[in-house]
Design a protein around this ligand. Structure first.
Ligand SMILES: [Zn+2]
Length: 141
């Protein structure tokens, strides 16, 4: 029996298929969706979940993002002076961030291998550490 509810779900499924075939669903999109789900299911304070969500969406007020919004700031990282302050730089690639990761409970050695994509790095990290360590990693960020 066709109900309004089932018709709505059919329409939404059709829309999803059309959009997926038109624009293609990239692995980055799927990876990003998985990371967003991973963030929201962690047993961590909501404010950390929000921070991580903003980091994955690249909407944190880094200098790089402020410049995109026409705020006049020098783009360089003020902590290390090596590179522009992007989300990935601030949370991973900066020498200060790398030091924090190294001396954290996780003892991670980070490198610049994840091509500047925070979601790719989180995905890589997720494949290396146990599920409960992801909550620690997100809290460290
Ligand atoms: Zn830096």
């Amino acid at each position: 029996m066709l109900t309004i509810r089932s018709a709505y779900h059919l329409a939404m499924e059709h829309r999803r298929k059309v959009l997926s075939s038109r624009f293609g669903e990239s692995s980055t999109t799927r990876q990003g969706d998985l990371m967003i789900k991973l963030i929201w299911k962690q047993n961590i304070p909501t404010k950390i979940k929000h921070f991580m969500w903003k980091a994955c969406k690249d909407i944190l007020p880094t200098k790089s993002n402020l410049l995109k919004r026409k705020v006049q700031v020098p783009p360089q990282c003020e902590v290390c002076g090596n590179g522009d302050e992007t989300t990935v730089h601030a949370l991973k690639d900066c020498s200060w961030a790398a030091t924090v990761w190294h001396f954290s409970l996780l003892g991670l050695r980070v490198d610049n291998s994840s091509s500047g994509d925070l979601r790719a790095w989180l995905s890589e990290l997720h494949s290396k550490v146990r599920e409960d360590k992801m909550a620690i990693a997100m809290t460290i960020m």
